[in-house]
Design a protein around this ligand. Structure first.
Ligand code: COI
Length: 369
């Protein structure tokens, strides 16, 4: 993928860590990284004020952020974030996947949360800065990557309710294995009947921390019921599938088509979702983006009308869903094998990301060049 650098305005100052993790500790972490618990030696930070715009771009050692107790983000949740992965290819080079889409989505989320927008070229440069400095933290292997977490917080010291006049952008990085503890195996999903994720006109299509905070109580209920994640229905009728807490949802019908909820403003428009739709259409698989009903999935699993369900996201890639559960019952089985459509799409997507399948759409972007 080629990106013009026309909108690049920032030069990064570099302060390297004086006490990086010892090699043996790093290797131990990379051998079994889990998800989201370990962080690399550095981070990127860029400040923003109304008067100066984005400024003071820097690579610095990973460490605590100093915030005033009155900092706006701590009170009103004015925050947005992104998630991407850096993949080490067999020749040692390091790539990421469709990052211009993350840059675009971060800007759209920032607009919704009245935060400042960062240009694509500066966003890409921030990823490269961090990944080059922490290149030894990018694991090799099919289910391994370095998860990159860019985020913007409002950090004006002011507790009146209005958009903050100061903000900061950060990128941190965390070596990652499979998102779910069970690895890449079918998971159970809990259908939330009491809580919705978002409503029309809300922040459903923005990637903001508040959406995820609101998903945690139902997520707790899901875990109490032996499920890995929660599935939300629409707020108005409670009948249409919205999305799972951190993933978009797809189902395969008996006649081999894919169905997925249309991007109506209440779901996050996942980059993995978009890529899966493209890859499926490349294989002449029909993809219907439309209302998908909770009952349609549950009944369909029982009758065989629905043959596979899977979820997509950067962290989760393509995760098979074996079972749906709700207070009313359960459908499917967590012991079911991963279906052939799910497996083929997963193999192709992760193959492209890891440089083992031809990148015919030009989705990869090199970070260490
Ligand atoms: C991702 O898939 O990157 C996400 O942001 C989901 C989750 C880890 C919050």
């Amino acid at each position: 993928m080629t990106i013009t650098t026309d909108d690049r305005s920032l030069a990064f100052a570099r302060r390297l860590a004086t006490t990086p993790a010892p090699e043996q500790r790093r290797e131990n972490i990379l051998a079994d990284p889990g998800f989201g618990s370990h962080f690399t030696d550095h981070m990127v930070a860029i400040d923003w004020t109304e008067e100066a715009g984005w400024h003071d771009a820097r690579l610095q050692p990973y460490g605590p952020i100093a915030l005033q107790p009155a900092s706006a983000v701590l009170h009103y949740g004015q925050e947005v974030f992104e998630g991407l992965k850096a993949y080490r290819h067999d020749d040692g080079s390091i790539w990421t996947f469709r990052p211009e889409k993350n840059a675009e989505r971060l800007r759209s989320s920032a607009r919704r949360l009245a935060l400042p927008e960062l240009g694509t070229a500066d966003f890409l440069a921030s990823l490269s800065e961090l990944v080059v400095a922490d290149r030894h933290w990018v694991p090799a292997g099919a289910e391994r990557s370095l998860y990159l977490r860019p985020f913007i917080i409002a950090n004006e010291t002011f507790i009146g309710v209005r958009p903050a006049h100061a903000a900061s952008y950060f990128v941190i990085a965390s070596p990652a294995g499979p998102y779910f503890e069970s690895g890449v195996r079918p998971v159970s999903i809990w259908i939330s009947t009491e809580h919705a994720r978002t409503a029309r006109g809300g922040t459903g299509d923005a990637k903001c921390g508040g959406n995820y905070a609101a998903s945690l109580l139902p997520q707790q209920e899901a875990m109490r019921n032996g499920c890995a994640q929660v599935l939300f229905a629409d707020a108005e009728t409670g009948t249409r599938v919205d999305e799972a807490g951190s993933m978009n949802l797809f189902a395969v019908t008996r006649d081999g088509a894919l169905i997925t909820p249309a991007a109506s403003g209440s779901i996050l428009e996942g980059i993995t979702r978009d890529s899966v739709i493209q890859l499926a259409r490349d294989q002449q698989i029909r993809v219907d983006e439309r209302d998908v009903f909770v009952d349609e999935l549950c009944d369909g699993l029982a009758t065989g009308e629905i043959t596979e369900i899977f979820a997509t996201g950067t962290a989760a890639a393509i995760t098979p869903i074996g079972q749906l559960k709700s207070p009313a019952g359960s459908w499917g089985s967590v012991d079911a094998a991963t279906g052939p459509v799910t497996r083929a799409l997963r193999d192709e997507l992760t193959g492209i990301q890891h440089g083992r399948v031809e990148d015919r759409h030009g989705w990869l972007y090199r970070l260490d060049a």
